[in-house]
Ligand binder design. Structure first.
Ligand code: ZN
Ligand code: MN
Length: 441
């Protein structure tokens, strides 16, 4: 019997607001002395009253809008109850049936909801003791939940990277995984391929395994792959995997059972009585929508059209907003006659540090090199390389089969064609890059 994975993803992102979600403590808790940024509210002391952070609500809506979500005109907070030492109140203020944003989409994956909640404290285990640090307690946390639309691990990887990119473009979080500002929880189950063919949605598996708090793209991939193997093996032996929460053990690359997964009713959700429901006018929504900057996908398309860049180059330039803006600054520089394509090549091939080299300096460097006469412009060189590669298909095939000498032959041909106006090292580097891209395509 053939099985295929059904995967959904929950992502938590800490917002980089000035203050926490329900109190005035600073939200930037990273590498601060333990328990130094706390107050009665985020320590959950009796009688302390929460006040919702307006900026955090607006930023969540901003993200929702960037993910093409619908924004209901009314929303509310709820208490989600569970007991754990890092949760001082015994409940987390979260959102249950009226999240801030619903029904969105990213990269062809349906987004079920985007809601706002508070982060918990942090446990540290040392010398047989467990210590609690409440600095993180109450930091605004956005949760982005997809429908179980993924059928393979690569699409999950792509989705996660795009999501991180959008969050960073919006400037609402650094979304650094190693700092825990972005955390991933995939849910995996397996279904028979034939039940997909019958196209009956209700035939989705009646269990799902959730993997908690993964802090790198690589680990997310590995954890999902491991679950796919584990569950497939069980099913093939006639066993049924159970609804479960599992943890990913980084050192072994495996997941291990933590607890049988709770259902929503286990949390005893009820409306947070200390925070009134939030309502807004559609004019307020329009104002937030205006704050959305040009997002990576749109920027990439525009770069291709406006500057005649390849999709590959454009994608690399828009990887970060800083890099994209740097490129455009260099392109729009009045005194410069350097063409956009060449600027793009320099930024990409020479891995220009956009924080260290100003666009002006970059343009000077490019002009100096291409004007000196001893070396030719990157574009011309690239043209020659492509010509030589096209004329010498046999050598190209040999190289792709692993024959290093074939590359040296090709480099020699380019040097001849360029009449010495280039350096062998540069040609070799450029050629390897072009060939590796060809391999991908
Ligand atoms: Zn506080
Ligand atoms: Mn959550």
């Amino acid at each position: 019997m053939k099985y295929e994975p059904i995967i959904g993803v929950e992502v938590h992102v800490e917002l980089a607001t000035r203050s926490k979600m329900f109190c005035g403590c600073p939200a930037d808790h990273f590498s601060k002395e333990p328990n130094t940024i706390t107050c009665p509210v985020c320590l959950g002391l009796p009688g302390a009253l929460p006040v919702a952070n307006k900026k955090a609500i607006e930023w969540t809506m901003l993200l929702g809008l960037a993910l093409d979500c619908e924004i209901p005109l009314e929303s509310k907070f709820d208490r989600k109850h569970y007991f754990y030492p890092d949760l001082p109140k015994g409940y987390q203020i979260s959102q249950y049936d009226q999240p801030l944003c619903i029904i969105g989409t990213l990269n062809g994956i349906r987004i079920r909801r985007v809601h706002l909640e508070e982060d918990t404290g942090k446990l540290q285990h040392a010398d047989g003791m467990t210590l609690v640090d409440f600095n993180r307690s109450g930091v605004p946390l956005v949760e982005i939940v997809t429908e179980p639309d993924f059928r393979n691990v690569d699409d999950v990887d792509l989705y996660l990277k795009k999501l991180q990119q959008i969050v960073r473009y919006l400037g609402i979080s650094n979304a650094d995984m190693e700092k825990g500002s972005m955390r991933i929880e995939p849910s995996v189950s397996m279904q028979k391929v034939e039940s997909r063919k019958s196209k009956v949605e209700s035939l989705l598996p009646n269990y799902r395994v959730e993997i908690k708090n993964i802090n790198s793209f690589k680990f997310a991939k590995r954890a999902i792959e491991y679950e796919i193997e584990r569950q497939t093996e069980m099913l093939e032996h006639g066993e049924m995997p159970i609804q479960q929460t599992r943890g990913f053990m980084e050192s072994k690359g495996i997941t291990a059972a933590q607890r049988d997964k709770e259902e929503a009713h286990d949390y005893r959700y009820f409306p947070e009585p200390d925070i009134p429901p939030v309502r807004w006018q559609s004019s307020q929504l329009s104002a937030i929508r205006l704050q959305i900057p040009e997002l990576p996908e749109a920027k990439k398309e525009r770069f291709m059209k406006e500057y005649g860049l390849s999709e590959y180059d454009a994608a690399l330039l828009v990887e970060t907003k800083a890099r994209a803006e740097y490129f455009e600054k260099a392109v729009s520089h009045q005194q410069s006659a350097v063409r956009p394509k060449m600027i793009a090549n320099w930024i990409i091939n020479k891995k220009v540090d956009v924080l260290l080299v100003s666009p002006e300096e970059l343009l000077t460097q490019i002009s100096a090199q291409s004007g000196a006469g001893s070396t030719m412009p990157d574009e011309d060189l690239e043209q020659i390389i492509n010509k030589i590669l096209g004329d010498n298909q046999k050598a190209v095939d040999d190289y792709k089969k692993g024959k290093e000498q074939a590359l040296m032959f090709l480099v020699g041909q380019v040097m001849k064609e360029a009449k010495g106006k280039c350096e062998a090292e540069e040609v070799k580097k450029r050629m390897t890059e072009i060939l590796s891209v060809q391999k991908i395509l």
